[in-house]
Write a protein that binds this ligand. Structure first.
Ligand SMILES: NC(=O)c1ccc[n+]([C@@H]2O[C@H](COP(=O)([O-])OP(=O)(O)OC[C@H]3O[C@@H](n4cnc5c(N)ncnc54)[C@H](O)[C@@H]3O)[C@@H](O)[C@H]2O)c1
Length: 328
């Protein structure tokens, strides 16, 4: 797809990679670029900078937290109604935080899931995914850790307790619920932004396929000492979502292509803007600077994912060696 005269939405567009992408889209003749971000100051500054360079009618900042589903929906709708189309969606906003749940919500879930459901709802979800049967839940404790700041609420010995023990059953239902949550996120919530975009992008018959680009990470392919487990898990989810988009049974339109960029280390606000940075991490980052790539390299990969009509379900892995396209 050629960018000229196209309408684009970029989440996390106020800074870093997203800002770089907005700039390139405008430079390449996009009709309109919507910068969606939850940082009002950075967002407005970026929009003002681009407005003076490319014209006020071609770019606008929308204050929007991607974890707020209804706000996100209304913002997408507003862009579509005013500009009459949505051709490119960059699903890019992301954070890394010591708050594991928040990291997963922003990077993957896109909207908050009510964790304190009634027992009845919990059972319903459990039944849906596990048929209400088997009690084996590999990996369950790992997900429980997310809730209790590293302390599992159900210990391993509980798993061997008699199954008619009521408190055990209750704990186990909760355990299942958390395992379910991880599945639920991937099946339902993660793709919320993508679903909203896909619906609008195909509302009118398309003459050219629309493009969705998700931002994943090289951390998926090579574990790194710079990230934490929830960040890594969330980006695995993004990769899974991208790979399955064109073949899954959700009935997504064949008029949309979906790819992901997977950058190695980029020096942006990702590490410094939240609660994650420590002196020790700063030293590790410094020691890893030989792996650093530029925002421009990532934006080049975005543009390739947009431009190349053959790319669908592809992962564009960006390292100091260049871009490797993985279509496996
Ligand atoms: N920097 C890296 O080393 C690196 C490597 C691989 C992948 N990534 C990914 O690239 C993407 C962009 O990150 P970046 O490196 O440009 O960092 P960044 O912090 O510069 O940009 C992220 C932007 O997302 C916005 N944002 C965060 N939470 C949001 C929310 N809830 N709603 C709306 N906007 C929100 C922030 O305000 C910020 O403007 C992220 O998904 C990140 O995980 C970054």
């Amino acid at each position: 797809m050629k960018v000229t005269d196209k309408v684009a939405i970029v989440t996390g567009g106020a800074s870093g990679i997203g800002k770089g992408l907005c700039s390139r889209l405008l430079e390449n003749g996009a009709k309109f670029v919507a910068i969606l971000d939850f940082d009002p100051e950075k967002g407005q500054n970026t929009a003002t900078e681009f407005s003076s360079k490319y014209g006020t009618e071609r770019v606008k900042f929308y204050h929007c937290d991607v974890t707020d589903e209804s706000k996100m929906k209304s913002t997408f709708r507003e862009v579509y109604d005013v500009y009459g189309a949505l051709d490119i969606f960059a699903n890019n906003a992301g954070i890394i935080s010591n708050d594991h749940r928040k990291t997963i919500e922003v990077n993957l879930v896109i909207y908050s899931i009510q964790l304190h459901n009634s027992e009845e709802q919990i059972l319903k979800v459990r039944k849906l995914h596990f048929g209400g049967g088997s009690c084996e839940a590999p990996g369950g404790e790992a997900f429980l850790c997310f809730r209790n700041s590293g302390r599992p609420v159900c210990r391993s010995e509980d798993l061997n307790a008699p199954r008619d023990n009521k408190s055990f059953v209750t704990k186990f239902v909760r355990l299942y619920f958390y395992v379910d949550i991880s599945i639920y996120m991937i099946n339902v919530a993660v793709i919320n932004a993508l679903i909203i975009a896909e619906k609008l992008m195909t509302q009118k018959k398309r003459t050219e396929k629309g493009v969705i680009i998700n931002t994943a990470s090289m951390a998926v392919f090579k574990a790194t000492e710079l990230t934490n487990c929830s960040y890594n898990a969330s980006k695995h989810g993004v990769v899974g979502l991208t790979r399955c988009f064109k073949v899954c049974r959700d009935g997504f339109s064949k008029d949309i292509r979906c790819n992901a960029v997977c950058p190695a280390l980029v020096m942006t606000g990702l590490y410094t803007s939240g609660d994650y940075m420590t002196k020790e991490l700063g030293e590790r980052i410094e020691a890893n600077r030989y792996r650093e790539i530029s925002v421009d390299m990532v934006v080049d990969a975005f543009m390739r994912a947009i431009d190349d009509e053959d790319l669908n379900g592809a992962l564009l892995k960006i390292t100091t060696s260049g871009v490797e396209v993985d279509t496996s």
